[in-house]
Design a protein around this ligand. Sequence first.
Ligand code: PLP
Length: 372
Amino acid sequence: MTISRTSTMTSPTIPTTTLRTRPDLAGLASFRAGPTLERAIKLDSNELPYGPLASVRDVLSGAVGDVNRYPDNTGAELAARLAERYGVSPDNITLGPGSVNLCLQLAQVTCAGGDEIVIPWRSFEAYPSVAKTVGATVRTVALTADHRPDLPAMAAAISDRTRLVFVCTPNNPTGTVLGRAELEQFFDTVPDDVIVVLDEAYCEFTGDIDTLDGVEFVKQRLAEPRHNIVAMRTFSKAYGLAGLRVGYCVSAEPVSDLLKRVALPYSVNALAQRAAVASLAATGELAVRCKRISAERDRVRAALLAAGYEVPVSGANFLWLPLDAATERFKQHCLASRILVRAFPGNGVRVTIGEPDENDAFVVAARTFQCG
Ligand SMILES: Cc1ncc(COP(=O)(O)O)c(C=O)c1O
């Protein structure tokens, strides 16, 4: 079996150099995507198994001929469509080349060396990386015993040096969803001068779970002098556009204005802008695929529970198996069936929901794993 890349983070050592580079980057590991394996069932990267929505494919093929031109730097049409959808001004929208880049922009506009970023942990792996990139200190706050970001503990971790807080719901990699009341209470506790990002990358899969709509919350607050909550979403997950790289923040204008200042020119490419605009028009198609994935997720979870696994309720397109010491062995067991899952050594395994036959193959592998 040949695996062309490894899924581990690179060693944090930097090749010796006499160049005057930043010594603090020695602690920063570079991101490595999951491995590629021929004919593998790829359930390791929280992507959708489907390509772009059917109506979006046509728009994309029609747009290819224009790529000799730079894209619209302001992404005016996409910002206008998003603003229309949410009932805000385009000035409240900031586009980015993937929401991961917006995480970096948020850190850039809030933190200088020594400032602090509070994050739940375990959560989206990019949060600590962007913090270290800007020279900020990361304050990690352990998840609760039921695998959810611990909002009271996060509030308590905020200090005079805190400039930014990331809250991820549904949380990657645990899939757990924070409730409306606890989020509102948290937002009221955080000092008004500390920006809180509500990362809603997977919100389209949450279904009936009672949670807060971050964009709606930001919109209501626009009328108030408190401007510190930012909602962040992406076209990478439910919309199936991960390869095109486009995400967005909804925030009060003072925040979006700053985010736009640190954006690199032309960073959201023309195909991504066109595909995102077309995707927004395809609400019916989107709802169908999200329902399909959520139903598969619940089916796989039920099968795993029946097989004796602990699996927290998920509001995302993936499930979390807190396997602790058995994590790496489970990953290797799946690999033997050519199934790629994401292992967080010593902690757990995240499995993305794929097509029904792929999920079936995963369930078979899980059933034959010897836990003890
Ligand atoms: C919680 C969360 N936020 C943001 C992102 C970034 O997505 P993208 O940069 O593709 O928009 C991811 C990607 O996996 C994620 O899991």
